[in-house]
Structure formats: C-alpha cells, structure tokens
Design a protein around this ligand. Structure first.
Ligand code: SF4
Length: 443
C-alpha cells in the first residue's frame, strides 16, 4: 500500500442534483490537476457512502476534507462515526486517515464572502448606509457550534464597518431567517447563503423562509427589498480551500500533469476488472456493458452519443431527471464512451456506479463483508438509531419498494437468496433507511 488519496465528503441529497454536484465538480477539477493518486467523493445521502468510501481507495495515506460550511453535527458526529475515525488522525487497517477541518472554517472563505457582497452592491448600486447584510447559515439545535462560522463572518463584516447592519441567522436554529425583518431596519437586505451549493436548502427552503420566490432578482417583502447572493461554495476558489486544508496535514499535494480525464480515480477493484477484460470478454454491470474498447448502455435502443469526460457523462446520467441512487435501474439510454486505453474502463464504470467495482471485486475474492441493520444502527446518533427495530413487514415492504428497482441486490439481508452474478450491496443505503423509516411510521 502506498500513495495518497483525497476524499471530499459532502452531504448529498435525495431531491437536488446540485448538492453533490458541487462536490463532484471539485473532484473533477482536482483530478485534472493531478494532485493526488486517488481522488473521489463520498456522501451521507448518496453513493459512495461515508461508511463505504474507504474501501474504494488503496492509498496508505487518506485525507478526508469535509465540504461543509460549518463544523457541526455531520462533521463532528456523523462523518467520524460512519468512517470509524477517532479524530484528526486515525490509524486504520495499516493506513493513516487524516480528517481536516471543514472548508467553512478556512479564512479563504472571507474573500469569497467579500466578493459576493461587492458584486451585489455594485450590480444593484446599493448605498451601504441603507443596506443590511444577513449571513444565513444552516445551524442545528443539536450542535450549537454549527453557528460559529456564519456568526464569525457576520462579526467580521460588522467590524469592517462598511455596511449599515449585519446579522447572522439560521435555517435550523435561532435567530431564524424571518427574524431579519425585525432585527434590521435598513430598506435593503442582502441575503448571503453561507452554504456550499445551490441545493434544495438554497433554492427552496431559504426563499420560503425569506418570503420570496427565489427568482434571483430583487424582491419586495414587508416594505423591504431583498437581494440574494449565490452560495459561497459555488466558486472555483473552493478547490484552493480544499488544497490548503489537505496540505495542512503535512502531506505533499503537488500538481502533476495528467494525460487523460479518466485518471486519478479510486483504485480498488481496478486490477480485477482489467484482468477480467484481458480475457477478452464483454462484461456486464447492471445496465452497462464493458469491453476493452468501449463502455455503453446495455441493450441500447436509442442513437448513441459519445462522451469523453467524467463530468459530461455524470451530468447526462444523474442530473435530468435527478437520480439520487446511481444504481437505480433507470440509467438513461443513448450514450457510450470510447476508450483510448482499456485501463480507463474502470474510471468510466466508477463514474456511472461509484463504489460498485470495489464491491464486485471484493465479492469475487471472497472478501466482501456485509453489515446488518443492527450494525448500521450502532453507529447512528440521529434519525436512524432505531432502524434495527423495524418489523419484518416493514423491511420486506422497503425491499420491494426500493431494492426491486436497483441493479444491486441487498446482500446484507440474511433472508436474501441472491441470484447468480448478482451485484452485491453490503449495507442498507441512505435511500433505503429513509424509506424504511417512512414506511415504519405508516404500517
Ligand atoms: S439497499 Fe437496496 S436500493 Fe439501496 S443500494 Fe442496496 S440494494 Fe440498492
């Protein structure tokens, strides 16, 4: 084992492509820079999961950078628990795993915040003496520390003294967002989302709480005019923050030229896949076929369009309509990737089905370990902590509703008789857990 892996940890979403999309954009940019041997993402709500991503990389040193704008419940409790981390440095199975602070705690964010405000003042020609700034953070009543970064930004802007009023408010804590109409008096309000992405919180929850449509233009509310900025994470500078945090571990993250956009992917399972391809066979993974020359949608009925980069392919397959579960059996048709090197087949498959090849190879080698619902429940502190108490009827109904439309089979469920060549699933995914909880409340 050698080398360095960089893993970007995000929240993900079941309803918005943008939440994880921002994280994948950063992964693509960092891979092109060639700054680590393996670069990937992981999510709470999407694949690859926090709990599974470490098995997709082979490096001896792994750096996990949380793409969250505040240290809080997810970065302080969920992420370490799901990944088995003990703090900033964990020795785990002969590898070192470094967990950095969140991107929201890094001072480079100050310049992004200032730039967002300057742009808005200039675009609408706003007078500073008649304008209030509301820095909007997520916050959570579970961990008050999650208020810190948004509040520190508000304090910093206030101390700079160039705007009339500055407040910090929170989506999920007090002071809440509507309070800005009482706590400020300026006729103009700039709402600055201290969020990573233009996901459902920014596009739906914030406008609702502000009483605006979220159309992106200035809107009148309670006799005031509200101007909304883009979220701070939607900025190319975020990659600089990620690199600064990764380098703070003391590991070298030096750019190297990369010959192909299909380089620097997580490596687990790659040699097994290439060996299988060398035998000259066409392999099938769910709805995808792979040969040494091409990867394509199996049983394609539409005219096929060629894709040459991970970003283009991912966008085509996951965004319209948004598919939160990459292994759901509704993979869009009409595409293929011609391979310059058979070696790239692994990266293409990893783009389509993140984490699947690692599990497939582990199963073929007899090394796949599964996790029961009891084991999943043990590392939960939040909404899934009682997931092991689900009745058999709820489990069966959830299997029917969720797993029936997935190309994996729930290997983690003891009662399952897997079909031949079934693609494994070693632990209930977040979509399954969320649906099971809902079904449990109704049955
Ligand atoms: S739990 Fe079911 S739906 Fe989720 S990944 Fe596994 S097999 Fe697919």
């Amino acid at each position: 084992m050698s080398g360095i892996a960089l893993i970007l940890a995000g929240h993900g979403s079941h309803i918005s492509a943008n939440t994880a999309g921002v994280v994948w954009d950063c992964v693509d940019r960092l891979r092109r820079l060639g700054i680590a041997d393996e670069i990937t993402a992981c999510f709470w709500k999407e694949a690859p999961a926090f709990s599974q991503v470490l098995d997709t990389v082979e490096a001896e040193d792994v750096v996990v950078v949380p793409l969250f704008t505040a240290r809080g419940y997810f970065t302080g409790e969920v992420l370490p628990s799901e990944m088995g981390l003990e703090g900033p440095l964990t020795e785990q199975r002969k590898r070192r795993i470094h967990l950095t602070p969140t991107i929201g705690e890094h001072r480079i964010l100050d310049s992004i915040v200032d730039e967002r405000l300057r742009e808005t003042f200039k675009r609408y020609d706003l007078p500073a003496q008649a304008t209030a700034v509301a820095v909007i953070g997520h916050g959570t009543r579970r961990v008050r520390q999650s208020q810190d970064t948004a509040r520190q930004q508000a304090d910093r802007i206030r101390e700079a003294g160039w705007v009339n009023e500055v407040v910090a408010v929170y989506l999920d804590d007090d002071p809440d967002i509507p309070s800005i109409y009482c706590s400020t008096r300026s006729p103009n309000i700039i709402a600055l989302p201290y969020f990573l992405a233009d996901g459902s919180h920014v596009s739906l929850d914030l406008p609702w709480a502000l009483g605006i449509t979220g159309s992106g233009t200035a809107e009148r509310v309670n006799g005031r005019t509200v101007y909304t900025c883009d979220p701070v994470g939607a900025d190319a500078t975020i990659c600089e923050v990620i690199l600064a945090l990764a380098r703070d571990t003391g590991l070298p993250f030096a750019p190297e030229s990369v010959a192909s956009p299909w380089e620097r992917f997580p490596a687990a399972g790659r040699s097994a896949l290439l060996q299988a391809l060398e035998a000259g066979r066409i392999l099938h993974f769910g709805q995808v076929s792979v040969s040494p020359e091409r990867v394509w949608r199996r049983d394609s009925t539409e005219q096929s369009r060629s894709f040459a980069t991970p970003a283009e392919l991912r966008s085509h397959l996951r965004e319209i309509p948004f598919r939160p579960l990459p292994t759901s059996a509704d993979l869009p048709d009409g595409w293929h990737v011609d391979l310059e090197r058979s070696h790239d087949a692994h990266a293409v498959l990893e783009t389509i089905y993140p984490g699947l090849v690692a599990d497939w190879a582990a199963q073929a080698a007899g090394r796949l370990s599964t996790e029961s619902l009891e084991e999943v429940a043990k590392r939960q502190a939040g909404m899934f902590k009682d997931i092991h108490k689900l009745t058999r009827a709820v489990i069966k109904k959830t299997m029917h509703q969720v797993c029936r439309d997935c190309i994996r089979q729930p290997t983690w469920w003891n009662d399952l008789v897997a079909s031949d060549n079934a693609l494994p699933c070693r632990s209930a995914c977040n979509l399954w857990l969320s649906m099971a909880r809902k079904i449990g409340e109704t049955l």
